[in-house]
Write a protein that binds this ligand. Sequence first.
Ligand code: SF4
Ligand code: SF4
Length: 252
Amino acid sequence: MDSPREEAAFRPLMDNRFHFACHREIPCFTQCCARLRLILAPYDILRMKRRLGLSSDQFLTEHTETVIDPHHRFPMVQLKMNRETKGACPFVSSEGCTIYEDRPEACRLYPIGRASAMADGAREAQEKFFMVAESHCLGFREKKAWTLEEWLDHEGVKKYAAMNDPWRGIVTSARSLGPTAHIEKKHQMFFMASYNLDRFRDFLFNSGFFDRFQIDSGLKEELGRDDVTLMRFAFDWLRFSLFGEKTIRMNG
Ligand code: SF4
Ligand code: SF4
């Protein structure tokens, strides 16, 4: 999580081992769930909107803000903090995270940070881990010892990273977006296919898409009912439509 509350101390992970525990009895419990710049990736949104029983439009309107950041060439979305409760995350309660099983990847990783990059054409991301040691977090004083592997398994990080990394590869791709005149339209396509799966599905099924592209009937049926298949297909579509990669075959 990227927090503006204080300067986070980024520390190397010595031998991939650390001491940490987070539990209800700790005095700082839930203090970290406020005033965050928590950028969301597609699989985070898929899980949260499903958990909350919201449409993509509802989730994006109620719970996110769009960020145009010079460090990213595509629009990002971040979780909207609650201004009426001193910037608390809308999902935090005195008992902890109310969407714990579906919390975003960054929340799972904390207090570990992960920098990842996926080179164009690579199948797997290169990743580096480090500690995000913020002074308000008392979890580092606890005795519980972890290896990095144990932490990633315990927090369910690997599944989220595997889902989101292909999208990060698109975000960080060095490939050209083509003429400047096309960029706004490409940003709109990026936004829809990355964050608004309901609209992306509507685009596939109601724009003559299946007449123009070679999609077998089994995949078409899955795209209609399965959000994870739809999300993965959206990444192929983005590579095709943004960069002209041959990830989808046209008819004729
Ligand atoms: S600040 Fe650290 S120890 Fe306290 S609740 Fe957050 S993660 Fe847990
Ligand atoms: S989603 Fe859950 S874990 Fe993440 S900041 Fe909000 S309350 Fe905390």
